[in-house]
Design a protein. Structure first.
Length: 201
């Protein structure tokens, strides 16, 4: 049974040009994210079959496939809402206050977030997360791990507020191997209203 679906974007694929090319957005959303959705649904179906047939030895491998694909689905679902053609500028209100309290200033936060994104070895994500005590922190995760998975699995924990995909498929057509240029361009499209909504929720 297919439980997961590819979410629609609230803007056109080309709406983030020139910061993120429409061709990248279309491939990223309609091919890469769609593959994670399909992978999660396939893993669920196979797990149901393995349970029904009593093949519990197969379930451990399927759990890994499900975690990877569900991580890709949930991470990208946050990522698309992180961005807007009307994005940029900086946060305000309680989110801005939390960032200032944690990092000293918005500029210091940007430096730490950009460093987390630039130094993530291989494929992965940089995150601004909300901790259980209401504070915010920056971390990064490998591959399709999510802070929602917890410290033991993902190496960091918290509620994802802002995520930046640093897999090469997210930027290579625009920036080739220049990941720092992609990170710098990202600030021009950040949808701080959506980030603030997640912070307040």
């Amino acid at each position: 049974m297919a439980d997961y679906t590819l979410p629609d974007l609230t803007y056109d694929y080309g709406a983030l040009d020139p910061h993120i090319a429409g061709e990248i957005m279309e491939l990223h959303h309609s091919k890469h994210h769609a593959a994670y959705v399909a992978g999660a649904n396939t893993a669920l179906e196979k797990m149901a079959g393995a349970r029904d047939s009593g093949d519990f030895g197969a379930i451990a491998g399927l759990e890994k496939a499900l975690a990877f694909n569900l991580g890709g689905h949930t991470n990208h679902s946050v990522f698309w809402t992180n961005m807007s053609p009307d994005g940029g500028d900086k946060p305000t209100g309680e989110l801005a206050a939390a960032i200032d309290a944690a990092f000293g200033s918005f500029d210091k936060f940007k430096e730490e977030f950009a460093n987390a994104a630039a130094t993530r070895f291989g494929s992965g994500w940089a995150w601004l997360v909300k901790k259980d005590d209401g504070s915010v922190a920056v971390c990064s995760t490998a591959n399709q791990d999510s802070p929602c998975m917890g410290e033991a699995v993902a190496g960091c924990s918290g509620k994802p507020l802002l995520g930046l995909d640093v897999w090469e498929h997210a930027y290579y057509l625009n920036y080739q191997n220049r990941r720092p240029d992609y990170i710098a361009a990202f600030w021009n499209v950040v949808n701080w209203d959506a980030v603030a909504e997640r912070f307040a929720a």
